[in-house]
Design a protein around this ligand. Structure first.
Ligand code: NDP
Ligand code: 2IT
Length: 449
C-alpha cells in the first residue's frame, strides 16, 4: 500500500496509526487518497492547509449506551454511534444502520464515504453516519419501538434540521424511522425535518423510498449509454432484497433488463426466466420473511444457501445492493469469466480493493458506490427542501429531479476522470469531483475547524 505522493503516504500512515483496528475505515480512506494523487500533485495548497488530515478526522464522534427493556422484562444494552464527519458544505447528513456488525470502523467508513457522495449530489449537505449494533431481526414491534425511543433519547441532543439530519440504512426502514421521528418530535417539542425518509403523512417525500434503487439504475443506464450499451435485454444479478435491491429490480426491469437472481443474508434465489418482484416484496418488504421461501411460489426458481454463490451465476450486469465487501477478488474473477461486463454499486463499498482491480483488468464498466447510490441521499436533501418550504412536490417532480441529479453525477465523475488523465475511471473521477467542492469550501474558511 504505497503512494507515489509523500503527503498522501503521510496522511494515510497517520490514519492507520491513529485508528488502529478499524480496517473498513482504512480501506475507504486508502481508495480516496489514491484517487487524489493527481489533484495533490497539481495543487500544493491541500498539503499546506492540511486539508486531507482534516478530512480524515471526523469533526465529532458520539458514542453512547442504549438501554431498553425486552418483551420478557429483561434490560438489554446496545451501543449507539453518530459520527459527524464534515459540515463543510451543509448540515451533517447520512443514514442510521441497525445491524449486529455495526462498530466504530463501519460507521466511520460510511461517514467518510458520505462526504464525497453528498458533495457529488450538487446539493448543500455535509456528511455523517450513525447506528447501533442492535439487530431488529426477530424482535417484536414493541421491542423495536422501545429500542428506537431509547436510541433517540440520546441522539436528539445532537441532531436538528440545521445541524445533523439522519435517515435510514440497513435495518432502518419506514417502521424504525416512524418510531425515531415520533420520539424526536416529542422530546424537542417541534415539527421540523430533522430526519428524512419519513412517512408520507408526516413530512416524507414522494419517491424517497424508491430513490436509491431508481437512482442506481439511472446512473447505470447513463454509464451504459455512454459506452454504446443499455439495460435492454441484459441479464442482471442483484444482491440483497431490501430497500435498495427491490427498487433497483423494478427500474432495471422497466429499462428492459431481466433480473435473474437476488439474495438475503442467508442465501440466494435464481430463476433464468426472471425473479418476480411482487413475491419478493410480499416476503421481504411486507412480512420480514426469508428469501428462501420464494421457491414455494415459483417452481422454476432454485434457492442456494450462502451469499457469495450469487456471483457465480452468469450475467451481463451485476448490481451489489447488500453490504460492504460482498464481492471479493474470487467473486469478481467469476463474474468476469462468466461474461459480466458491468458492476454498479447500490451498497456502500461492496467491492474489495482486489475486486476493483479485477474489474479494471477486465475493462469492465464500474459504477462506484459514492456516485451510483447517491440518489437516496440526494432525494433526502429534496425532502429537507420540501420540509423547509412546508410543501410537497409530486412524485414526477421529485423523480425528474433525481434523474437530472444522477445524470449530473455521471458527467461530473466522467469529466473529472478525463481532466486528470484517467478517462473512463469513474472511481477516480467521483472521488476527485466530490473532493474538490468540499476542499474549496474548507480553503475558503481558512482553518475554521
Ligand atoms: P435493508 O436493510 O433494506 O436491506 C439490506 C439487504 O442486504 C437485506 O436483504 C439483507 O439481508 C442484506 N444484508 C445485510 N447485511 C448483510 C450481510 N452482512 N451479508 C449479506 N447480506 C446482507 O438495507 P438497504 O437496502 O437500505 O441497504 C443496502 C445497502 O445499500 C447498504 O450497503 C446501504 O448502506 C446501501 N445504501 C442504502 C441507501 C438507502 O437509501 N437505504 C442509500 C445508499 C446506500 P437480510 O434480509 O437477511 O437481513
Ligand atoms: O448511504 C446512504 O447514502 C444512505 N443510507 C442514505 C442517507 C440519507 O441521508 O438519505
Amino acid at each position: 500500500m504505497s503512494f507515489k505522493n509523500a503527503y498522501l503516504q503521510r496522511v494515510y500512515d497517520g490514519v492507520v496509526a491513529r485508528n488502529a483496528g478499524e480496517p473498513e475505515f482504512h480501506q475507504a480512506v486508502h481508495e480516496v487518497l489514491e484517487s487524489l494523487e493527481p489533484v495533490c500533485d497539481a495543487d500544493p495548497r491541500y498539503e499546506k492547509m492540511g486539508v486531507l488530515e482534516r478530512l480524515c478526522e471526523p469533526e465529532r464522534v458520539i458514542y453512547f449506551r442504549v438501554p431498553w427493556v425486552d418483551d420478557n422484562g429483561k434490560v438489554q444494552v446496545n451501543r449507539g454511534f453518530r459520527v459527524q464527519f464534515s459540515s463543510a458544505i451543509g448540515p451533517y447528513k447520512g443514514g442510521l444502520r441497525f445491524h449486529p456488525s455495526v462498530n466504530q470502523s463501519v460507521i466511520k467508513f460510511l461517514g467518510f464515504e458520505q462526504i464525497f457522495k453528498n458533495s457529488l449530489t450538487g446539493l448543500p449537505i455535509g456528511a455523517g453516519k450513525g447506528g447501533a449494533d442492535f439487530d431488529p431481526k426477530g424482535k417484536s414491534d414493541g421491542e423495536v419501538m422501545r429500542f428506537c425511543q431509547s436510541f433517540m433519547t440520546e441522539l436528539s441532543k445532537h441532531i436538528g434540521e440545521n445541524t445533523d439530519v439522519p435517515a435510514g440504512d440497513i435495518g432502518v426502514g419506514s417502521r424504525e424511522i416512524g418510531f425515531l421521528y415520533g420520539q424526536y418530535k416529542r422530546l424537542v417539542n417541534e415539527f421540523t425535518g430533522a430526519i428524512t425518509g419519513k412517512g408520507l403523512r408526516y413530512g416524507g417525500s414522494l419517491a424517497r423510498t424508491e430513490a436509491t434503487g431508481y437512482g442506481l439504475c439511472y446512473f447505470t443506464e447513463e454509464m451504459l449509454n455512454a459506452n454504446g450499451k443499455s439495460f435492454k435485454g441484459q441479464r442482471v444479478i442483484i444482491s440483497g432484497s431490501g430497500n435498495v435491491a427491490i427498487y433497483a429490480h423494478i427500474k432495471a426491469t422497466e429499462f428492459g433488463a431481466k433480473v435473474v437472481a437476488m439474495s438475503d443474508s442467508d442465501g440466494y434465489i435464481y430463476d433464468p426466466n426472471g425473479i418476480d418482484i411482487e413475491t419478493v416484496r410480499e416476503l421481504k418488504e411486507k412480512n420480514r420473511k426469508r428469501i428462501s421461501e420464494y421457491v414455494k411460489y415459483h417452481s422454476g426458481a432454485t434457492y442456494t444457501p450462502g451469499c457469495s454463490g450469487i456471483w457465480s451465476i452468469p450475467c451481463d450486469i451485476a448490481l451489489p445492493c447488500a453490504t460492504q465487501n460482498e464481492i471479493d477478488e474470487v467473486s469478481a474473477a467469476l463474474l468476469a469469466k462468466n461474461g459480466c461486463y458491468c458492476v454498479s454499486e447500490g451498497a456502500n463499498m461492496p467491492s474489495t480493493p482486489e475486486a476493483i482491480k479485477v474489474y479494471f483488468a477486465n475493462k469492465m464498466l464500474y459504477g462506484p458506490a459514492k456516485a451510483a447510490n447517491a440518489g437516496g441521499v440526494a432525494t433526502s436533501a429534496l425532502e429537507m427542501s420540501q420540509n423547509s418550504l412546508r410543501y410537497s412536490w409530486s412524485f414526477e417532480k421529485v423523480d425528474h429531479k433525481l434523474q437530472d441529479i444522477m445524470k449530473n453525477i455521471y458527467n461530473a465523475a466522467a469529466d473529472a476522470a478525463a481532466l486528470y488523465g484517467h478517462e473512463g475511471n469513474l472511481m477516480i473521477g467521483a472521488n476527485i469531483a466530490g473532493f474538490k467542492k468540499v476542499a474549496s469550501a474548507m480553503l475558503a474558511y481558512g482553518v475554521a475547524y
